[in-house]
Ligand binder design. Structure first.
Ligand SMILES: CCC1=C(C)/C(=C/C2=NC(=C\c3[nH]c(/C=C4\NC(=O)[C@H](C)[C@H]4CC)c(C)c3CCC(=O)O)/C(CCC(=O)O)=C2C)NC1=O
Length: 186
């Protein structure tokens, strides 16, 4: 498992090079935006159970066959496994966002997941849909712009200090980790 720092060491060592100006500039930016990054991680982690239940509910609303006999969220044992998996995936996305590197997500969560799902008959496209919903939720929570329309009475603002770009780069980075999950399942 790597983070932004160990990643730059591994990459420099593979070129037998010293850590150069470009790498240092990237790490300086990583450090400078450290508090925003922690706020972004917290925005996801502290809303995780709501995000997971809403994403799985949304996936099922769009495809109610999942909870009928023969569907992969039926019976309750499978529904529980599905909610658990969505929670696992979201947790590893927060680890990757914290580390600034996808390796923890790739190595400990995604490696072999498609094969496992295929063997068990877990529908990959439905899983990808739930992950896509979590991506949209994460973006709203990091920007701290949850919509009343979607959140209803669960509407919750993080109250993080608002910066001009609403942490656009962290929204994009988090989005890239969700995209990796979707890519690993397709
Ligand atoms: C640390 C990383 C890690 C991951 C990611 C993981 C996933 C994982 N999900 C599983 C099952 C499962 N996963 C699902 C998930 C779903 N079904 C659906 O219809 C939806 C599309 C989807 C939820 C979004 C279901 C229903 C099962 C049970 C399948 C079965 O037993 O028939 C299994 C088989 C063993 C078990 O049931 O516990 C594994 C290993 N385990 C791990 O240790």
């Amino acid at each position: 498992m790597l983070d932004a720092f160990s990643r730059s060491v591994v990459s420099a060592d593979s070129k037998t090079a010293a850590i150069g100006g470009d790498e240092l500039a990237k790490l300086r930016e990583f450090i400078n935006s450290g508090n925003r990054r922690l706020d972004a991680v917290n925005a996801i982690a502290s809303n995780a159970s709501c995000m997971v239940s809403d994403a799985v509910a949304g996936m099922i609303c769009e495809n109610t066959g999942l909870i009928q006999a023969g569907g992969n969220c039926y019976p309750n044992r499978r529904m529980a496994a599905c909610l658990r998996d969505a929670e696992i995936i979201l947790r590893y996305v927060t680890y990757a966002l914290m580390a600034g590197d996808a390796s923890v997500l790739e190595d400990r969560c995604l490696n072999g997941l498609k094969e496992t799902y295929t063997a068990l008959g877990v529908p990959l496209q439905s899983t990808a849909r739930a992950v896509a919903i979590m991506k949209a939720q994460a973006s709203a929570h990091i920007k701290d712009t949850p919509s009343e329309e979607f959140a209803g009475d669960k509407l919750r603002f993080m109250g993080s200090p608002v910066v001009e770009d609403r942490c656009a780069s962290l929204v994009a980075e988090a989005g890239s980790y969700f995209d990796r999950v979707i890519a690993a399942l397709s």
